[in-house]
Ligand binder design. Structure first.
Ligand code: MG
Ligand code: ZN
Length: 345
């Protein structure tokens, strides 16, 4: 006689609800002190606090205890630990299929947004494969032929002022893209790309304005049209750069802009009900701390301990169907594998 206990039955019934859409937001260089800075320096509500599930990731790369953004993004986009500097390759320099290819093959629309060049290490891992993050022109050549349907960021010079003389803007056109180099705007075309600066988008303190939340809203509208499911990656690229510069005003203004962007994503997810929003970072930058001013515990002095990255774990925040998978402590590569497990039927 087969006996199935009530609890076993209940456990098999308890399946993780699967999302239709996935928005992955990466705050480059955003450790817990950076996130905490929003509480103390942002006027108004902090969107990080709207996420019910929080986890921590271990970020070491295959080559180093402390990762760079290329190995960090390869962990998220390709699901493997690799050496610092590698874009979408494993530790033996072999190409690894990325999450954009996986989601695209499932019939999902895909998009990427960054405040750096779109060829910079973090976004690059979502469509390119290169032995070095420094090969911007090689990385650029992957984008027109990728599965990406929407992108926004900077780096125009790597497409149209290349050492090999090629103009990749015509390759985009051949592959059904409309490219805008002037401003974010709604478009009805099949695929769209915005390349809005030669190298990097301006800093927030240099009046970048609402580019990041606005591009995120535009991407959501574009990618979800005709009831299509989508995968979108959004990077707050310059939080990291404020950390490298040990410039607290730069870092905090970029962090607040990123937090506003989280608001755009989670507002959509709340209304849509079938969207998983995941927020994390590739590593911490600057060894940033919210230190006391000596004995004065009522004054915070944002401080740095390095011009580089640090080895501390970084937080993961999740909202929506499947969010419960993202609690706990795990390796950065698990972000990729958890997302993939939510896509499989
Ligand atoms: Mg980055
Ligand atoms: Zn960095």
């Amino acid at each position: 006689m087969i006996f199935v206990s009530a609890t076993t039955f209940a456990q098999t019934q308890k399946r993780v609800k699967k999302p239709k859409n996935i928005i992955l937001l990466i705050g480059d260089g955003t450790g817990l002190s950076q996130v905490s800075a929003a509480q103390y320096f942002k006027e108004g509500a902090v969107n990080y606090e709207r996420f019910p599930v929080v986890g921590l990731i271990k970020t070491s790369s295959s080559s180093d205890l402390i990762t760079d953004s290329a190995a960090g993004a390869t962990a998220f986009a390709n699901g493997v630990k690799t050496y610092n500097g590698a874009i979408g390759l494993d530790k033996d320099s072999l190409k690894v299929k990325n999450i954009v290819a996986f989601t695209s093959q499932k019939g999902m629309n895909t998009g990427i947004i960054a405040t750096s060049s779109i060829t910079h290490a973090t976004p690059a891992c979502f469509y390119a494969h290169s032995k070095s993050r420094n090969f911007h022109e090689e990385i650029a050549s992957f984008l027109p032929n990728s599965e990406i349907d929407f992108f926004a960021g900077a780096g125009l010079q790597y497409f149209n002022k290349r050492k090999d003389g090629k103009n990749l803007l015509s390759d985009f056109q051949k592959n059904g893209f409309t490219i805008d180099t002037v401003a974010l705007a709604e478009k009805k075309d099949k695929k769209i790309g915005f390349l809005l600066a030669e190298k990097s988008m301006p800093k927030m303190v240099e009046e970048r304005g609402d580019f990041l939340p606005k591009a995120t809203q535009l991407a959501i509208n574009f990618l979800s049209k005709d009831n299509k499911n989508f995968f979108l990656m959004v990077e707050g690229s310059q939080i990291d750069w404020g950390g490298h510069d040990n410039d607290a005003a730069y870092l905090i203004s970029e962090l607040i802009d990123f937090d506003n962007t989280l608001g755009t994503a989670i507002d959509f997810a709340e209304e849509n009900g079938e969207t998983l929003v995941i927020v994390t970072a590739d590593h911490e930058t600057g060894g940033f701390t919210l230190a006391s001013n000596g004995e004065n515990y009522n004054e915070i002095v944002p401080s740095f301990s390095t011009k580089g990255h640090s080895a501390t774990m970084v937080p993961v925040f999740a909202f929506g169907p499947g969010a419960e998978l993202f609690g706990g402590i795990y390796e950065n590569t698990q972000i990729f594998h958890k997302i993939l497990s939510l896509l499989s039927e």
